[in-house]
Design a protein around this ligand. Sequence first.
Ligand SMILES: [Mg+2]
Length: 317
Amino acid sequence: MKTASQGTVLVVDDDQATRFLVVKWLTHANLTCLEAADGIEALRILREQHEQIDLVVLDEMMPGLNGFEVLRTITADSALKLIPVVMLTAHANAETDFVEAAELGAADHLSKPFSGPVLKAKAVRAVRTRTEARDRLRQAELLARIDPLTQLGNRQLLHERLREESAFAKRYSAPLCLCLLDIDHFKSINDRFGHDTGDQALKIFARTLAASIRKEDAAFRFGGEEFVLLLRNNGRQGGLSVLARIRAALALFPLQLPENKRDSGTECLSFSGGIAVADADNEFLTDQLIRRADIALYRAKQDGRARDCLADDSALS
Ligand SMILES: [Mg+2]
């Protein structure tokens, strides 16, 4: 049974026999190999496929661009510089070449004729380091889109998801409902009970939103005490019933007040909502959804809060 590839290595050497040997050893280690016979070809492959390439094994002596020149180009290119490079140097002037390779940013080196097991071990280690760094970066990128307090997606993630949902809505002619929610009198909660209770309110609210939507929907913290729901394949009626469900759920979860405030009775969260829909009436246009929902939300607040307003589609033009 063939084991899954552990990573992809670009093998650069003008000598076909050396390339063959390197590829043989790396394939043994379950690494996928790409080959280039000179520096120009290596840089072309790197620019086109840098996202897949985990390691470059680079010959020092090549006609045209030599290995040091290729290495210098790689380390100067922001898209390429994180890809580790193992230099293959000629043994005659090994020490000076090692020094130069290291100074130029090579992760490691081997002198020819190289030992297969040593090449294999160094390549596996370099690929693993690269893969782990990439996983950490991906994790960090994901964390950068999550609001740490509520664990909901933030505004950036909302905009990304909105683009995807917009494409889905157009493709399947499925309405997309956006609800913008604002916790009523949030400032007063902070003022009367302190910021810990304010944070608790945001968490309860976020948890209630997340529990009240389907898997294909999404909830976001838009900023401050404002939240957004994206409800796939839902119109105005769908939006209204989700918000009614959230309102009913919030009534069941009063805030835990600080001890010295417990005499003042229970405190439940209420919110105002603005609902806007992208559907056949507006050619599934999502560009103005947030703005339309915001105008509707403003009306809900003007009308006395704790209620929902639908976006007026004449506001589209
Ligand atoms: Mg050579």
